[in-house]
Unconditional design. Structure first.
Length: 114
């Protein structure tokens, strides 16, 4: 049984930072990428950032220069450092693990508000 668990969400003011973590556990074969997606109320889920097993990264335009994704392959863990947060970053953030199957976490709420 594969589990994907996010942590690190919360309520912050505009301009502040948060660091999200996602740990995958269980018997996982052939991991080739991990990523963060987000879904705001009334909107579709969208890619935020993704990192492959050889550490190639790609980011959505709306987070470039503000967010950084990193990964610890030995721990099957991925991080998302979010700086200069804006109210429009408010959403539920989901971790995704791409292996032979695709696995999702339960999501963690990020709220940016003054």
């Amino acid at each position: 049984q594969v589990q994907v668990v996010e942590s690190g969400g919360g309520l912050v003011q505009p301009g502040e930072s948060l660091r999200l973590s996602c740990a995958a556990s269980g018997t996982i074969f052939g991991i080739y990428a991990m990523g963060w997606y987000r879904q705001a109320p009334g909107k579709q889920r969208e890619l935020v950032a993704r990192i492959s097993s050889n550490l190639n990264t790609n980011y959505a335009d709306f987070v470039k220069g503000r967010f950084t994704i990193s990964r610890d392959n030995a721990k099957n863990t991925v991080y998302l450092q979010m700086n200069s947060l804006k109210p429009e970053d408010t959403a539920v953030y989901y971790c995704n693990l791409e292996a032979r199957s695709s696995y999702w976490g339960q999501g963690t709420q990020v709220t940016v508000s003054s």
